[in-house]
Design a protein around this ligand. Sequence first.
Ligand SMILES: Nc1ncnc2c1ncn2[C@@H]1O[C@H](COP(=O)(O)OP(=O)(O)OP(=O)(O)O)[C@@H](O)[C@H]1O
Length: 274
Amino acid sequence: MIEFSHVSKVFPDGTHAVEDFSLVIPSRRTTVLVGSSGCGKTTLLRMINRMVDATSGTVSIDDEDVAGREPVRLRRQIGYVMQNSGLLPHFTVAENIATVPVLEGVKRGAARARALELMDTVGLDRAMADRYPGQLSGGQQQRVGVARGLAADPNILLMDEPFGAVDPIVRAELQQELLRLQREIGKTIVFVTHDVDEAFLLGDQVVLLEKGARIAQQGTPDEILADPTAGFVADFIGADRGKRALRLRQTPTGTIVVDGDGRTQGSLVEESPG
Ligand SMILES: Nc1ncnc2c1ncn2[C@@H]1O[C@H](COP(=O)(O)OP(=O)(O)OP(=O)(O)O)[C@@H](O)[C@H]1O
């Protein structure tokens, strides 16, 4: 469990990036922080692994304040995946994945074997192990980024807009892969995005943020969609645009589902029990 308790961050130039933020992030679940640009999402994420230190308040992991942890060691124990994969261009795929284990003293042969296993885990062909990042597609690079994040077998995986730079089709594929992967590995994932649909798809818990990382609403996707609190949240999830306000319409042949603009979204079928 990760816990933020009354955490604030003021940068040296006086920017109040985070103001009195408190949140419990349960273990082995995916928590998604979603909000528009500059609301403080990345700053929150980086306070977990001490890339940024809080100005006041505490961030703790399993009841231990991270302020007492040695930053470099902490960072190596927590997986971190970022938007442009952050791969080292002159390292091969296998070398990129094995960066942290090698720094931690794992022998190169063993580190490579582990890198190849992780390529299987994230759905990358092992034949790509000796390619350089520049020889991969954007989606493949992101998979390498995820494999690298998992290399030290961390309990916690921080993901900062990891699928933001790929096209929508590849993005949808990577999202499905992440859902599959999370069912297998059950990590504590903290995922940052500005895409509400991505948040509802991936999050067990979704936290909608306003400027200064103020929590506008938090809950499961179902809870938020069923009862968006007025104004900001409703706007944000598009409820007022009728996108998700689905209605049933009877037709001579059955029941169809239409959106707020009257466009057909699908047909209604009864789920069989169990
Ligand atoms: N090192 C820094 N020094 C000063 N201000 C900073 C620094 N890092 C971030 N900020 C500011 O803090 C606020 C929050 O930034 P942060 O990167 O956490 O937002 P974000 O929600 O992740 O945005 P984005 O989605 O654009 O990445 C912004 O106003 C940003 O300009």
